[in-house]
Write a protein that binds this ligand. Structure first.
Ligand code: GCO
Ligand code: MN
Ligand code: MN
Length: 391
């Protein structure tokens, strides 16, 4: 089937090797699918119209591989990239799977574990650069705690900063020219994670030695788990010039980390997200970090991947129609005209003492202002009918 929603490389869709490669293990049950060879995933994803793949070091090179094994695996993988034209815009480090990371990696209370995490990340950055990445992600998988009885959480933040500063210097020293993106998450697998939300991460970045090198990789599921509005988080990151990457999936608030197919739970929020991304001119990867349902076999995995991309394109078309819809644009124009009718002193002019004096003298028609309806019911219903296919 090929239609206007069939993805193409120019749509910039990417998938983590660990997403389509997810074998469906959960805390209550064994794997339901066989591992998929990364080389095979590259070919399949290219066939489906994806632009790229991303990876953890261990997704490609097993934790205990010898240097010879590593080089052979990387050679085969690069060959698959060359054959398909797929790119690897992002890589990251697995600092959560191995038992040594049970109390964290960069924030582990154990100094030796912190040093090992740093060395593993340096090697993983080398690997990422070898396959062409431009963004390197830090998701603090085990950077958190179940109890605060021992470690001072402020020390954890300090150690996290030391690690990112150290690795920034490493990248500069090697002349790698890549950027870092921090991925916040409120909890899971730890009881609580440090840097739990986009807001926490944005402030943390401002405390780093090289803040310009570091941005965020917000994930829809993670802000939603925290009960927050993902669209607002992404907007704040964009406004700060810090949206370096994005993880798309779906999630119900108040549940475990579901990582569902993009837009499958809350298509309306996904619509507003795509509207924000497209209207802002975000031109980075559109990265799916989701898992196929555990009920699926391999065919279901590719249906899942196709579904993520198609839903993005369907909703992107709805965004185009939103901007082209005469009733919607007329309503927006009316609202904007009225909202901008005021010509008196205001904050955007900047503070001057004369301006402040003028503002004190300004007459406001309080009654009229209080009575103006916003017409958001009307506007939101137009959006709903657009999404539901009634316009
Ligand atoms: C999760 C996280 C991870 C990270 C990935 C890249 O849901 O557990 O989102 O999938 O994105 O490990 O660092
Ligand atoms: Mn997730
Ligand atoms: Mn993620």
């Amino acid at each position: 089937m090929s239609d206007m929603y069939t993805p193409k490389a120019s749509d910039r869709f990417t998938f983590g090797l660990w997403t389509v490669g997810n074998i469906g293990r959960d805390p209550f049950g064994d794997p339901v699918r066989n591992p998929i060879d990364p080389v095979y995933s590259v070919h399949k994803l290219a066939e489906l119209g994806a632009w790229g793949v991303s990876l953890h070091d261990d997704d490609l090179v097993p934790f205990d591989a010898t240097p010879q094994e590593r080089d052979g695996i990387v050679r085969e993988f690069r060959k698959a990239l060359d054959e398909t034209g797929l790119v690897v815009p992002m890589a990251t480090t697995n600092l959560f799977h191995h038992p040594i990371f049970k109390d964290g990696a960069f924030t582990s209370s154990d100094k030796e574990v912190r040093a090992f995490a740093l060395r593993k990340t340096m090697a993983a950055i080398d690997l990422g650069v070898e396959v062409g990445v431009s963004t390197y992600v830090f998701w603090g998988g085990r950077e958190g705690a179940e109890t605060d009885a021992y470690r001072n959480p402020a020390d954890a933040v300090k150690w996290f900063r030391e690690a990112i500063n150290y690795l920034s210097e490493y990248v500069l020293d090697q002349g790698y020219g890549i950027r870092f993106a921090l991925e916040p998450k409120p909890n899971e697998p730890r009881g609580d994670l440090y840097l739990p939300t986009v807001g926490h991460a944005l402030h943390f970045i401002s405390t780093l030695d090289h803040p310009d090198m570091v941005g965020v990789n917000p994930e829809l599921a993670h802000e939603t788990m925290a009960g927050l509005n993902f669209v607002h988080a992404v907007a704040q990151a964009l406004e700060a010039g810090k949206l370096f990457h994005i993880d798309l999936n779906d999630q119900q608030p108040g549940r475990y980390d579901q990582d569902f197919r993009f837009a499958s739970e809350n298509p309306k929020r996904a619509f507003f997200l795509i509207k924000l991304l497209e209207d802002s001119g975000y031109d980075g990867p559109l990265h799916f970090d989701a898992h196929p349902y555990r009920t699926e076999d391999e065919e279901g995995v590719w249906a899942f991947a196709r579904g993520c991309m198609r839903s993005y394109l369907v909703l992107k078309e709805k965004v185009r129609r939103f901007h082209a819809d005469p009733e919607i644009t007329a309503l927006l124009a009316e609202l904007r005209e009225r909202d901008n009718a005021y010509g008196g002193p205001e904050a955007s002019a900047g503070y001057t003492s004369d301006g402040a004096a003028a503002l004190r003298q300004q007459t406001f028609d309080i009654e009229d202002m209080a009575q103006r309806g916003r017409r958001y019911e009307e506007l939101d219903q137009l959006v709903m009918e657009l999404l539901l296919g009634a316009r």
